[in-house]
Design a protein around this ligand. Structure first.
Ligand code: NAD
Length: 492
């Protein structure tokens, strides 16, 4: 790295510090404050009061981070894959060893129940474990079809990858992109959401402790329209992996069109969960509730449109409402992670009223005295919903379910596919021929039959339609973090 570069002040930063000052960026293997010294206070979603103070990065910070990454790119790319695997495996081990700290940091910013935060941190470790085991991939092919020519292909890393993540599952989403990206020989500059920065910085710190060379894993904190925008525009960033809203995905897409910049876009969803009359109804009802209340509904793959065969509609809805009414905000379900999200969900309660939907459960913020000030929403179920209503078409991103009756398989598929999104679909039936037909007909990147959202890190994940393109997870993600090169050698 160019040592003359202006860089923010290096600071001490331990992930277990009681008062670490502003959470710093992680650039070139160490913690630094912003080049202009600015930071902001994040709101604590549990109390509504002040939370951590976090550095706000600048265009200069992004430039320093990208140049640091670019400086490390060749060394990382040329490292023997077994050595890279060993370092990535060490990072996974450090995540597990620091589980308590990471869970504490994740909960401090998101207010999630302990079990939820713990599953996310374990999941982050799993990404690095899984990809460390695949470090001998990706490989090319030999394609010798022309006489007197030896032709082979190589899967090469892009170089610097910009990773931009949302606030709902912070450490897990950072790991989901970073693990395959660095395994494929890329270096990264990660920008987490403004409100949930700490575990991503902690992850980068652990990467340095694990022995990853300086510059391989950088984190720049701050605003999307400053830091995120600077990453997407930086000429040395060769690919961007974005997880977030459709609107920001579109903005990034416009920049990418000008730059011919490859993207992976993991965007929103309004996923249909279809329950036929012959389903195991008790299990289906339990899973239907889990599908929209996990992480308080702040999951892109939430099952938020429940389509129920008309003959069992009333009975099934009663059971769903019964189970969902036992989910306690503040105990089983965390708050909305940002104030903006808290306000948005309540705005949709107003939309539901205007559209004439019937409240079967909730439709309110949680008002218990011990939750006062926090951004808590009660589990909410609407019936009397038509699929054309805004509450059935737009992603609310809270614990809000709309229920729509259907008659027969064809109508179920038509309603499910009548959506701009295409992330996940659920099918509940004992008729396997129907399960296969419906799975094929649904326009979504992931289908779950008689279960909901239980896919592992080994299974590819991504959207169709406005839910995005490209794939994370699985072996597939490695291919998305490489570019093909063919080499043709004349044998003379
Ligand atoms: P968001 O789009 O507002 O922000 C996502 C990230 O983009 C943040 O880090 C933000 O700072 C950054 N950003 C904002 N403007 C930018 C710009 N102009 N240039 C570059 N970066 C910019 O999303 P959010 O509110 O943080 O997260 C919620 C959304 O994320 C939901 O729509 C949800 O469905 C989606 N999501 C999708 C997946 C998936 O895998 N498909 C997973 C989780 C969340």
């Amino acid at each position: 790295m160019d040592t003359n570069t202006t860089i923010g002040t290096p600071v001490d930063f331990a992930i277990n510090a009681v008062d670490p000052g502003p959470v710093p960026h992680w650039i070139n293997g160490g913690p630094v404050l912003s080049s202009d010294g600015t930071s902001h206070a994040v709101l604590n979603p549990v109390t509504g009061g002040p939370g951590a103070t976090v550095s706000l990065g600048t265009v200069v910070d992004v430039d320093v981070a990208v140049r640091s990454a670019a400086g490390a790119a060749w060394q990382w790319r040329k490292m023997a894959s077994a050595e890279r695997a060993s370092l990535i495996g060490s990072l996974a081990r450090l995540i597990r060893e620091n589980l308590e700290l990471l869970v504490t940091l994740e909960r401090a910013e998101t207010g999630k129940p302990r079990a939820v935060a713990e599953a996310e941190v374990r999941g982050a470790a799993e990404y690095f474990e899984f990809y460390a085991g695949l470090s001998h991939l990706p490989q090319g092919e030999v394609i010798n079809v022309v006489p007197d020519q030896h032709v082979y292909t190589l899967r090469e890393p892009f170089g610097v990858i910009g990773v931009i993540t949302p606030w709902n599952i912070p450490i897990n989403q950072a790991a989901r992109a970073v693990a395959p990206a660095i395994t494929a020989g890329n270096v990264v500059v990660v920008k987490p959401a403004e409100s949930t920065s700490q575990t991503t910085v902690a992850l980068a710190r652990l990467a340095t402790e694990a022995g990853l060379p300086r510059g391989v894993f950088n984190v720049v904190l701050g605003r999307g329209d400053v830091v995120g925008d600077a990453i997407v525009h930086h000429p040395d960033v060769r690919k961007v992996a974005f997880t977030g809203s459709v609107a920001v995905g579109q903005e990034i897409g416009r920049v990418a069109a000008d730059r011919i910049l490859p993207l992976t876009l993991e965007l929103g969803g309004k996923s249909a969960n279809i329950v036929f009359a012959d389903a195991d109804r008790e299990f289906a009802a339990t899973e239907a509730v889990r599908a929209f209340t996990t992480n308080a509904g702040q999951v892109c793959s939430s099952g938020t449109r429940l389509l129920v065969e008309r003959s069992i509609h009333d009975e099934f809805v009663d059971r769903v409402v019964d189970i969902a009414s036992g989910i306690r905000p503040g105990v089983d379900m965390g708050p909305m992670i940002t104030k903006g999200q808290f306000d948005q969900v309540q705005d949709y309660f107003g939309v539901a009223r205007q559209e004439g939907a019937t409240v079967a459960l909730g439709g309110t913020m949680a008002r218990e005295p011990h939750l006062e000030g926090g951004f808590y929403i009660n589990p909410t179920v609407y019936t009397g919903v038509r699929n054309s209503m805004r509450i059935a078409q737009e992603e609310i991103f809270g614990p809000v379910l709309v229920v729509i009756p259907f008659d027969g398989e064809q109508e179920a598929v038509e309603i499910a596919n009548d959506s701009e999104f295409g992330l996940v679909g659920g099918v509940w039936t004992q008729n396997m021929a129907r399960a296969i037909r419906v799975s094929e007909a649904l326009e979504a990147g992931q289908i779950y039959v008689n279960t909901w959202s239980t896919a592992s890190v080994q299974t590819s994940f991504g959207g169709q339609k406005r839910s995005g393109y490209g794939r994370e997870k699985g072996i597939e993600a490695l291919n998305h973090y490489t570019q093909l090169k063919s080499v043709t050698i004349a044998l003379r």
